[in-house]
Ligand binder design. Structure first.
Ligand code: 5CA
Length: 193
């Protein structure tokens, strides 16, 4: 049986998507692993996450820097969503968790893409195995996956840092602000008296 890497290449070719997958012996199982192996920002890694609703499966292409706000994704899907179990992911996409492709699944699945990914020139997605990724321009990824851009991200990291800053700001510092600004001095551009 063909490896996940070979099946990915066939699938991309069938879709007419021209991409060059790269193998990383150090492994790319998680977004953090993939970012370290590729040498890019974790936000540039595409997590191809499969969610189950009571009636169907959907895909959320999510920036490696974000988590999925399942309430928001549920609103987009029109039904409550929960992360699909590994067997369901393999059955629906043909690939195991850690190597799941963002497109070319066995059954076409309704797909949304995290708008944060669209801010990058290039993003990196799994190429069928937990030790391979391929670079792609976000617009090309949208075209190949048929994904709808949406805001379903839970930006945990940044919200956490923001909350930390608020909680840890020094208190009681008396900033000596002037009561009012001094009137602007008149400046003559022409000079002279
Ligand atoms: N190769 C990397 C970067 S491209 C990758 O595939 N990342 S991923 O995020 O798309 O795949 C790992 C994700 O699978 C995890 O973020 C997690 O949400 C999900 N996952 C891990 N274990 C399970 C599990 N037991 N059941 C369902 N989902 C899981």
């Amino acid at each position: 049986m063909a490896s996940g890497f070979e099946r990915f290449r066939d699938s991309a070719r069938e879709l007419g998507v021209s991409v060059e997958p790269v193998r990383y012996p150090a492994g790319t199982r998680t977004a953090a692993d993939a970012a370290a192996a590729v040498g890019c920002e974790v936000g540039q890694i595409v997590k191809s996450l499969v969610f189950a609703t009571p009636a169907k499966l959907v895909v959320a292409l999510t920036s490696g820097a974000n988590q999925v706000d399942t309430d928001r994704l549920g609103e987009l899907a029109g039904e409550e969503v929960s992360l699909a179990d590994p067997e369901t992911v393999r059955g629906a996409t043909g690939f195991a968790i850690g190597g799941t492709l963002p497109f070319g699944h066995l059954n076409p699945l309704a797909t949304w893409i995290d708008e944060d990914l669209l801010a990058y020139d290039i993003v990196w997605a799994a190429a069928g195995t937990p030790d391979s990724c391929f670079p792609i321009a976000p617009a090309q990824l949208v075209a190949a996956s048929g994904a709808t851009p949406a805001d379903f991200a839970q930006r945990q990291e940044r919200e956490h840092v923001g909350r930390w800053l608020v909680d840890n700001m020094p208190r009681g510092i008396d900033l000596e602000l002037p009561d009012r600004r001094e009137p602007d001095r008149e400046v003559s551009l022409l000079g002279g008296d």
